[in-house]
Design a protein around this ligand. Structure first.
Ligand SMILES: Cc1cc2nc3c(=O)[nH]c(=O)nc-3n(C[C@H](O)[C@H](O)[C@H](O)COP(=O)(O)OP(=O)(O)OC[C@H]3O[C@@H](n4cnc5c(N)ncnc54)[C@H](O)[C@@H]3O)c2cc1C
Length: 347
């Protein structure tokens, strides 16, 4: 546990008042109890202290805060959804917290250019919903999607479960808007895929965790929504067997492997022991498991692929809604010992 020992940095009353005046009393949190959600990471592994949590409602206010902080050498920690697992968003040395979660507008969704412009505090879930409303997919997916934000995703260059197919956060950003430490706003909200002009400054800020500036908005790349998705949970004897299965799936599904996650039996046992209403997913235990997802534009394409690409000798296939079952045959030595349970859905 990394509990902060450092008390909140002393801020002279008049300086504190100047920061508060930028966002207004309502959006400056000084009360200890109200500050708690901003000062503790959800697993309680990191705790901090802060004189004030500032919640700006516009890019202009972010710029004013950073300008004043720069002039007075006041330390700032930007925060999005506070889901970071390494505590970078926690004021462990008593800094001011700059929460971006009021910058939560989806400024534009453009199905023609296949882009979406979101402010930093838009949650990943909301961004994905906005894309789905115009029948597009924003392909980043993290289990923390309900709380984590676009600004946090880009600042940590987040990976997620579909990184295999679509890349990590850096691959999704076409443009970015950043407030620099001295308060200047860098507007690089480019929507063009074919932008070959000069330096690509956005990549400096992605993955920088706020050390070079505060991300306030980004243009994100969208893709067509897959029409069908197949998910399988497969038991394998070893990591090598999982790699062989990955090779087989990539070859047969021709680039349609969206996710491929390796798990130890120990993880399953922990969930079975502590999770309410959970059951062992497969009839027999296996030392390792793979969660695999295939997706395709063809409505019927994946069922054919999964039947021709047996994940196991006898895979029980359970479409999510009908509950019907079928059997696959096996050809591949690599996956001989694998057992799987699969579900499919069409969109
Ligand atoms: C259940 C769960 C599953 C997760 N799965 C994954 C996963 O699959 N892959 C993965 O990569 N991570 C994962 N994470 C970690 C976390 O969700 C990601 O790192 C996420 O991108 C953080 O976003 P956030 O908005 O919560 O950022 P925060 O936690 O608030 O901040 C993270 C860092 O970014 C900085 N920051 C935040 N917003 C800005 C901004 N606007 N401008 C500049 N700097 C900023 C903060 O100072 C901090 O250093 C998971 C977390 C949980 C709880």
């Amino acid at each position: 546990m990394n509990i902060a020992e450092t008390p909140a940095k002393f801020l002279a009353t008049d300086l504190l008042a100047r920061f508060v005046a930028i966002v207004g009393n309502k959006n400056a949190v000084t009360d200890r109890e109200a500050q708690a959600p901003f000062l503790t990471e959800p697993r309680d592994m990191f705790r901090g202290t802060s004189a004030v949590v500032l919640r700006p409602g516009s890019v202009g206010e972010v710029a004013e805060i950073l300008k004043l902080a720069n002039e007075t050498a006041t330390a700032i920690v930007p925060q999005g959804g506070n889901t970071g697992l390494v505590g970078g968003q926690i004021p462990q040395h008593g800094e001011i917290v700059l929460s971006l979660n009021r910058l939560d507008r989806v400024r534009e969704v453009d199905a023609v250019s296949n882009t979406m412009t979101c402010e930093a505090g838009v949650t990943l879930l909301r961004a994905r919903e906005a894309a789905a409303e115009v029948d597009r997919l924003y392909p980043q997916l993290l289990p923390s999607e309900g709380s984590c934000t676009i600004g946090g995703n880009l600042s940590t260059n987040a990976g997620g479960t579909a990184a295999l197919a679509y890349g990590i956060a850096r691959s999704h950003a076409l443009g970015i808007e950043v407030v620099l430490p001295d308060g200047r706003v860098l507007n690089a909200l480019n929507k063009l895929k074919k932008d070959n002009t000069g330096y690509d400054l956005k990549d400096l800020f992605i993955g920088a965790e706020g050390t070079l500036g505060v991300i306030t908005a980004a243009v994100l790349r969208l893709i067509p929504r897959p029409r069908s998705v197949e998910t399988a949970f497969v038991g394998v004897p070893s990591p090598q067997a999982a790699l062989d299965l990955f090779g087989l799936a990539s070859e047969r599904a021709t680039g349609n492997v969206t996710s491929f996650e390796l798990m130890l039996r120990l993880g399953i046992e922990l969930v079975l022991r502590h999770g309410a209403g959970c059951r062992d997913p497969l009839p027999q235990p296996h030392p390792w498991y793979v969660l695999i997802e295939l997706s395709s534009q063809a409505r019927s394409g994946l069922r054919a692929v999964s039947s021709k690409t047996p994940l196991s000798r006898r895979a029980s296939i359970r479409p999510r809604r009908s509950g019907a079952s079928a059997k696959c045959s096996a050809k591949c030595n690599a996956t001989k010992a694998a057992r799987s349970s699969t579900t499919s859905r069409c969109r």
